[in-house]
Design a protein. Structure first.
Length: 103
């Protein structure tokens, strides 16, 4: 499910079962990241899927990349393997105006 930047941030703030998933590359991570995010690089392909399948399917996943494209694909993949709650950040990190760490 796609959420606007505001919807994503508002929903995340109220969610005590949230897991923030950053699917960007290691190079992109150097630009900073949303606090408490876990990184699994979408470009790893099968290894990305292997790592995602180790995650707890009962959590609510807030997924982002640079622009919202890869994270949208990641949410679709997650839905196809049994994750019911995966939320894509529309516009991605490049439009994020919330808190950032590591930049």
């Amino acid at each position: 499910m796609n959420l606007s930047q505001q919807e994503w941030e508002d929903q995340l703030e109220k969610d005590d079962n949230a897991f923030i998933l950053d699917v960007r590359s290691p190079e992109e991570l150097q630009e900073g990241y949303i606090p408490n995010a876990t990184n699994i690089d979408f470009y790893l392909g099968q290894d990305f899927l292997n790592e995602v399948q180790k995650l707890d399917k009962s959590k609510n996943y807030y997924v982002y990349c640079r622009s919202g494209n890869r994270s949208g694909q990641a949410c679709a993949i997650m839905n196809s393997v049994g994750f019911n709650n995966a939320y894509n950040l529309e516009g991605g990190f490049m439009n994020w105006e919330g808190e950032v760490e590591g930049d």
